[in-house]
Design a protein around this ligand. Sequence first.
Ligand code: AOS
Ligand code: ZN
Ligand code: ZN
Length: 427
Amino acid sequence: MRLDQQKINQVNDQTLSEHRESFDHLSKVLGRKDVDANSIIGKLKEFQVAIPSWALGTGGTRFGRFSGGGEPGTLEDKISDVGLLHQLSQSAGSISLHIPWDIPEDVEAIKQLADSYGLLFDAVNSNTFQDQPDQKLSYKFGSLCHVDKAVRQQAIDHNLEVVKYGEALGSKSLTVWLADGSSFPGQLNFKKAFQRTLESLQAIYAGMPSDWKMFVEYKPYEPNFYSTVIQDWGSSHMLADKLGERAFSLVDLGHHLPNTNIEQIVATLMMVGKLGGFHFNDSKYGDDDVTVGSLKPYQLFLIFNELVDGMEDPTSNNPYPAWMIDASHNLKDPLEDLLQSLEAIKIAYAQAMLVDRAALEEARENNDPTLAQEILQAAYRTDVRPLLAQARLQAGGALDPIGTFRRLNVRKELIAARGAKTVSTGL
Ligand code: AOS
Ligand code: ZN
Ligand code: ZN
């Protein structure tokens, strides 16, 4: 489904003068601080976040799943939904596929379809955390870390097959997230499991095209409750470091124990040039995967403060990170939820660009924590939403993406086209 551009413009027209007033006011306020609103708008327009194919349908828990209707039942539908998000937000310029959920039957047709929506294919994801119906050996006791070499080989072959699909579509990176670990003390030899995982990853790394990157995701628990082989950023970094210069750590915001200082992890990984990818979501307890910025927007800002610092650092050799939303939507409309996440990410990014870095560095050198806090919070407490709206307006998007989604009855039309009972693949 494609939205009629004229209809988006008509909805925009209704709040245009109000928007112009807020934007002019903010531009003046920023101008007095020597901040050029247009340069921030330019960076916001360039900033694109990948949408995971598995976040477009209703997510469930092991207790139930409550579909909202009109879910994308095919890869084509998923691409079309990301196209909708991109049309409204102008910030969702790519899709991240998960194999075997998203195996393309006709690669050329899928590429053309994505292209017609202005979408690229971001990192491809392998799945060795579930057994597929036609699978020979089980991953019940792990995949890349398994004690049985044949299981490890099957998981290696699967990852290489994922790379082949990605290559055909134009992806340039593979994200590996493993459920491997143990649920009971004594179950697993930690050292051997890590060593076997490294060897398996080395085989996958060796089989990737020479211009591909590998992102190694870490997670402290779930589905294994006692240990995970790649439990934290240290383990992920050790693996990435041993694998080679095209392997990087991937930070998923929900994959930290409560109160972990994620911004410090981000700064440290960027310092050594090893932060490759980012999964955005929010969490209160663990891997809650709720809407970005819905619980801890200040933490998100502090993380972006380090990301911007790392990206602007001329001495840094960290590559430009791959951004993706990794959320699960079990109550809200998935498309509305993703629009909220995109907005929260860009608010934090824009606020982080407002930080007066020279003054902050001076305050640090003078051991002045009061001033350092004033500087950070001056940026955080600025309402940057008119900058985001202006960036969208200039790019042809909606001034108010969720308002427009509702005004144009998008979900109703999706249900009419796809039915109320379609079920999307994913978790
Ligand atoms: C799992 O917890 C990880 O966050 C993965 O990145 C992702 O959610 C998964 O691959 C989707 O199935
Ligand atoms: Zn993730
Ligand atoms: Zn996760």
